[in-house]
Ligand binder design. Structure first.
Ligand SMILES: Cc1cc2nc3c(=O)[nH]c(=O)nc-3n(C[C@H](O)[C@H](O)[C@H](O)COP(=O)(O)O)c2cc1C
Ligand code: SF4
Length: 454
């Protein structure tokens, strides 16, 4: 494979088109996946409320938040919208048509939580779904078994047999097929954030002795089979997040280091993935993927009660909260924290590299496009300003108002909508609205260019 030569191209800026797997995108800004909590019952209006303003304001690509592919099983958080039901997915055409009409594109993110699923961490969910099995990659590692002993998790893990791994991969293929039929322009796998893909890839979780465990190539086999299952059904572009467990705590001896993550990206491009999103993370579901402050304001009475219901009582809720505070203090915000990783990946792959994590300004985005990546993603800033794209595309010095305070995060664990919860930030948004800073004439129009560059 011819690798991208890593040279810098200072002519490439945010508003210049790009293509992923043959799909042309009107510019290089994408809304990274964020849970919308639209639920299973008539989710389209809720999704339209959240996503259509982003498209109207000109964002090139929208990555919808993670959607579980198997009914009640494998849901990482309350209020997700399942992609196992053909009628529900078909109803999404009303969403995809509207996004398309604004000239933006939308990808569905397909997910399975494995050990991060609610049947493992949410006591109330387990009670409501008593027959649900905990489908996981391997027997859980020691730190999770300790959390089980403390009563924070309730592990009764049921590792997938080899045949069942193939069946799970086929379910991803079926969900992708349904998504494509409903008008999604592409599929994004939830390859990181401690979901089942990361659990296959990470030696911390993956202790399998069949073809899905062992050396890196074997741990990548699940990504490969999912790719085959999707390609057997649809040819829409396929993208995945790829975790580098660079924030691994000292007590974890085996993890995916940056070198292995870079090699994984190279192999995934070789397998046929149309773009990769390398992200620094840890083997756990923690602040490493979001960085920033502990979201104190997010813990109101309602959320605290929800945490108690999930973790089984007040003292366990306090323990989880304390751990989250310590975790936030040890993983502070860093501007564009995945940029170096993306730059290194870009030197070894010939598909677009998408960079997300702590990117907030237009000039910063243009600098990154010059050498580290082909597209720039932002996640929390779109909660704070759904119409942010209009400002970023129009003003060379625009900066998102999101403060990375994470007040929007704790409510999500109890299924509350994903919205900005910081009054000072909302006030700033109001001022921009008054000034008409989010108005954009004509939506996304195709720019004259020599065609998209990588
Ligand atoms: C509340 C919340 C929900 C998220 N949901 C998802 C998700 O569904 N899928 C995913 O891959 N990443 C998810 N992420 C991670 C984001 O896509 C992104 O990688 C991270 O927030 C860093 O980008 P930012 O600094 O621009 O927010 C979520 C992040 C937050 C804060
Ligand atoms: S400023 Fe708003 S959107 Fe940004 S992290 Fe804080 S609460 Fe979330």
């Amino acid at each position: 494979m011819a690798a991208f030569d890593g040279s810098t191209d200072y002519d490439v800026t945010l508003e210049i088109p790009v293509s992923i797997g043959g799909l042309e995108l009107p510019n290089r800004l994408y809304r990274a996946p964020l849970l919308e909590h639209a639920g299973d019952d008539d989710p389209v209006d809720r999704l339209l409320d959240e996503l259509e303003p982003c498209a109207e304001a000109g964002v090139g690509l929208l990555m919808q938040g993670a959607t579980p592919i198997r009914g009640r099983e494998g849901r990482a958080a309350p209020g997700m919208t399942g992609f196992e039901d053909p009628d529900r997915v078909a109803s999404m055409s009303r969403l995809t048509d509207r996004i398309d009409a604004h000239g933006s594109r939308i990808f569905a993110q397909l997910a399975h939580g494995g050990l991060r699923s609610m049947e493992v961490w949410h006591a109330g969910y387990r009670r409501r779904n008593p027959g649900l099995r905990q489908r996981v990659v391997s027997k859980p590692p020691l730190p999770l078994r300790l959390a089980d002993r403390l009563g924070i998790l309730s592990i009764d893990a049921d590792p997938l047999s080899t045949d069942e791994v193939y069946e799970l991969a086929a379910d991803f293929g079926r969900a992708a097929d349904r998504a494509a039929a409903a008008g999604y322009h592409g599929v994004h796998l939830a390859g990181a954030t401690m979901g089942i893909f990361q659990q296959f890839l990470s030696p911390f979780y993956n202790r399998r002795d069949d073809e899905f465990g062992g050396a890196l190539d074997d741990r990548l086999r699940f990504f490969e089979v999912v790719h085959e299952e999707i390609r057997a059904r649809t040819d829409v572009p396929l993208v995945t997040k790829v975790p580098a467990e660079t924030e691994t705590p000292w007590f974890v001896r085996e993890s995916i280091d940056a070198e292995e993550a870079i090699e994984a990206c190279r192999r995934l491009a070789e397998i046929g993935y149309d773009a990769v999103v390398p992200v620094g993370s840890s083997p756990f579901w923690d602040h490493a993927i979001i960085r920033g402050e502990f979201g104190s304001r997010g813990f109101d009475d309602r959320v605290s009660r929800g945490f108690e219901a999930a973790f089984g009582g007040p003292w366990r809720r306090r323990l989880v909260e304390l751990a989250a505070r310590i975790d936030a203090a040890t993983t502070p915000f860093e501007a564009a924290w995945n940029a170096d990783l993306c730059r290194r990946v870009r030197a070894v792959v010939d598909v677009p590299v998408l960079c997300v994590g702590g990117i907030r300004g237009r000039s910063e985005a243009d600098r990154l496009l010059g050498d580290a990546c082909s597209m720039v993603g932002m996640a929390r800033p779109f909660y704070a300003e759904p119409r942010l794209a209009a400002r970023l595309l129009a003003e060379s010095d625009a900066t998102a108002v999101c403060e990375s305070c994470n007040n929007c995060v704790p409510p999500q664990a109890v299924g509350e909508p994903g919205v900005c919860r910081t009054p000072a930030v909302l006030k700033q948004r109001g001022e921009f609205e008054k000034r008409g800073a989010y108005e954009r004439e004509g939506g996304n129009r195709r720019r004259d260019s020599d065609g998209p560059k990588l």
